[in-house]
Structures are given as structure tokens and as C-alpha cells.
Design a protein around this ligand. Structure first.
Ligand code: A3P
Length: 386
């Protein structure tokens, strides 16, 4: 709720869901500044859409913040906002219904991330939705921190037929970070695209053209640890792992929602599109036997590779090589303001690092969350202890 406001600042009290994970905190948002003082990436991923909503309502109401339309309602109680949306087609929720956007920050019932691109989030999403696709495109679709950079490099080597690293980071062809999507039309085929968006937000041409999808899955505790460190690079001192975990079940600090919402929607998509070519890769399997998965991947993308080449790709894309080469690659202009030089993707690259981070109490709390998710259905069951 808004505690007090003027055109420059809003004093806010956050209160998350009234369940065992709830917590509340107070903060002041400077409406004239971008929210970089708290944390740049953290703001990018979680708070910025809220700020945009608040700024909109302040503008709409001539400087008087409207409590009913402030963005925190979306954060604290997403259902209140989704209630305004038309129901998706019950027979086919992934049929890419026409766009109807009451607030501009939800798309087909999924939260929209404010991305650092020139267009506002809704315009950018509409452009993504209408993006012309090619028959031979390949798109990596995955929840963040599941190894998407790794598989992107592997795919680059498989499609180029050489163990030379791509000159560009994956973010250049990441739909939500692509400042001007027309850039993608200049790429030669086969294009390697990637996105963390939900299926209902991706180009409808993916379905029409049966574009090959590579979907990465990772153990949720390792994914959470990786996400925490990713955000921590740009977050303030106060952003502890404990804060992060408390917000995690409600979808705070992370893109759109939590991992199981992502996995469930992917499973739904697959169920409603049984003929769609999708290869699911578990991070842990790729780690255990990279050459075997790379071989399988080469067959999936119809660029069969010899065992020897797959071995060489596996070695070239090993963690330390990927980390080394990353420091030499440029990141897209749109991301430079959020990151000094690199995006800090290559941290440890191991399975089970969560054991070095979670206390017993944190692990038990997370297990309760996992048990709730299991009841709803995991969508895909990740590897490891669950
Ligand atoms: P950690 O933070 O656990 O180290 P994404 O690319 O989807 O953002 O995922 C990032 C995670 O994948 C990071 O995990 C990163 O270290 C790991 N990763 C990237 N390249 C890797 C590689 N070659 N081998 C193993 N893990 C890799």
C-alpha cells in the first residue's frame, strides 16, 4: 500500500501474501529516478514493473497516487489484476489469443518484464509476438539460470560446424533484450534465438512454423542459488540469500514468477501441441555426459555430428573455457547500463551447489514450497532431491 506520496516520492509498504512466507518492508521510491539506487538488475527483474505502474497512476491522476491502481496490487495479489483479463480459450490456452491488455503489464495472464529496450514493455511484447519466424529457426526457451548460455554456445558450434566461439553473447538474440527486433531479420539462417518468456508470449510463428525448441531444466535449489548470485552482483548489501528465499515462493526478485509456473506452462504447451519439436535437456544430464547430449541435440536440429566432433564441442564448451571467453565478448548496448562489462553468468557451473548455501531451516522451508508445487504438478520433474 502507499503510505504517503507526492509527485517526487512514494513511501510504500510492501506486504506479500498472508501466508507463512509473508513479510513486509517499507521503502521510498524516487519517481524521477530510475530505480538503480537499490539494485540495478534486481530493479530490472522485479521492481521496475511496479514502478512503471505507480508512475502511470501518478501521471493519470495528476500527481495523486491512486491506491486502487498502484502496481503493488499486482505484486501482492496478482489475481486482482488478472481478473480484468478475458479468460483464455478453455479448449486451448496456448492458442495465442488476441492481445487485450488492460494495464499493459500482463500478457495473456503472464507478468511482463520491463526490459531495457527502446519500446515500452507492451509494445515490445507485441512486436515479439508478431515476429516473423523461419522454418529453420531454433529457439532456446527456458527459465533463467538453467544453463541457457551453455546450450546456446553448443548450438552455435553445432550449426556452424566448428569449435569457434560465437563472437556475440546470447543476449544479442534474446527476444526480450533485443532493442530493435528488426536486427534479427538480418541474421543468416539457421537463426539461434532465445528467450525466458512464457510460451504465450513468444512469437506465434513458432507454432505456425513448428520452430524447434530447446528447453533447459535445472534443479530448483541450484537454480535459486544461481539466480541469487546473478542478482546479487548488482544488488545492495541488504539483499541477502535469506531475503531472496523469503520472496521466492511469491515470485519476488525473479522473472515473472517461479520456476514451476514456467515448467507447468511448458508442459501444458507440449500437451496441447504434441507434434511440436521440443527437446528437453536437464542441466544435470548435460553436466554428466555432455558429448552424449550434444549428439542427441545434433540429431534433433537435423545437423548430425560425428562422435568426435561432439566430444570436441563438449570440451570447448566446458565451464572454464566458457568463462574465459566471456570476458572478451561484448554485451548488447541495451544491457550495458545494467552491467559493467560482463553479465556475470559463469559463476561455478556445478550440480548441488545449493548445499553450500541453504541452511537446514531454509532447505526445509523450500521443501515445503516444493511439496506445494508437487501437488499442483511439477510439469517436468527436475533432477536431484525434491
Ligand atoms: P551457476 O550460477 O550455478 O554457476 P543461464 O545461462 O541460463 O543464465 O544459467 C547460468 C548458469 O549456468 C550458471 O550457474 C552458470 O555457471 C552455468 N553455466 C554456464 N555455462 C556453463 C558450462 N559450460 N558448464 C556448466 N555450467 C555452466
Amino acid at each position: 500500500m502507499i503510505v504517503s506520496s507526492n509527485t517526487e516520492h512514494l513511501d510504500l509498504q510492501f506486504k506479500t501474501r498472508p501466508d507463512k512466507h509473508s513479510y513486509s518492508t517499507k521503502t521510498t521510491l524516487n519517481l524521477r529516478a530510475r530505480p538503480r539506487s537499490t539494485s540495478r538488475l534486481y530493479a530490472l527483474y522485479s521492481a521496475e514493473f511496479t514502478v512503471v505502474r505507480i508512475m502511470t497512476s501518478v501521471k493519470e491522476t495528476n500527481g495523486v497516487a491512486n491506491q486502487d491502481t498502484n502496481g503493488l496490487l499486482e505484486k501482492t495479489n496478482p489475481k486482482s489484476d488478472t481478473a480484468e483479463l478475458p479468460a483464455p480459450d478453455p479448449n486451448n490456452p496456448f492458442s495465442f489469443p488476441a492481445l487485450t491488455l488492460p494495464s499493459g503489464l500482463l500478457f495473456n495472464r503472464v507478468r511482463v518484464m520491463k526490459c531495457p529496450v527502446k519500446d515500452d514493455p507492451v509494445t515490445h511484447l507485441k512486436k515479439i509476438y508478431d515476429l516473423p519466424m523461419r522454418d529453420d529457426d531454433i529457439i532456446i526457451t527456458a527459465y533463467p539460470k538453467c544453463g541457457t548460455h551453455w546450450v546456446a554456445e553448443i548450438l552455435h558450434m553445432l550449426t556452424s560446424g566448428a569449435t569457434e566461439f560465437s563472437g556475440r553473447t546470447k543476449e544479442y538474440t534474446m527476444l526480450e533484450f533485443c532493442n530493435d527486433l528488426r536486427f534479427l531479420a538480418t541474421l543468416t539462417s539457421p537463426r539461434l534465438l532465445n528467450s525466458h518468456l512464457y510460451m504465450a508470449q513468444l512469437p506465434r510463428g513458432i507454432v505456425d512454423k513448428k520452430v524447434k525448441m530447446v528447453h533447459m531444466i535445472r534443479n530448483p535449489k541450484d537454480t535459486a542459488v544461481s539466480m541469487y548470485h546473478h542478482l546479487k552482483h548488482t544488488a545492495s548489501e541488504q539483499f541477502t540469500f535469506d531475503n531472496f528465499l523469503k520472496g521466492y515462493p511469491c515470485g519476488d526478485y525473479i522473472v515473472f514468477s517461479h520456476q514451476f509456473d514456467y515448467l507447468r506452462q511448458m508442459a501444458e504447451f507440449e500437451k496441447s501441441h504434441p507434434d511440436h519439436p521440443i527437446m528437453h535437456i536437464h542441466y544435470e544430464d548435460l553436466k554428466q555426459d555432455p558429448a552424449a547430449i550434444i549428439k542427441e541435440l545434433s540429431q534433433f536440429i537435423e545437423t548430425p555430428a560425428s562422435d568426435d566432433f561432439c566430444q570436441r564441442v563438449a570440451a570447448a564448451c566446458g565451464f572454464s573455457n566458457m568463462r574465459k571467453v566471456d570476458s572478451t565478448r561484448e554485451i548488447p548496448e541495451s544491457l550495458r547500463k545494467f552491467s559493467k562489462k560482463r553479465l556475470e553468468i559463469y559463476r561455478k557451473g556445478v550440480v548441488g551447489d545449493w548445499k553450500n548455501h541453504f541452511t537446514v531451516a531454509q532447505s526445509e522451508a523450500f521443501d515445503e514450497f516444493l511439496a506445494e508445487q508437487k501437488q499442483k504438478g511439477f510439469g517436468f520433474t527436475p533432477r536431484g532431491e525434491l
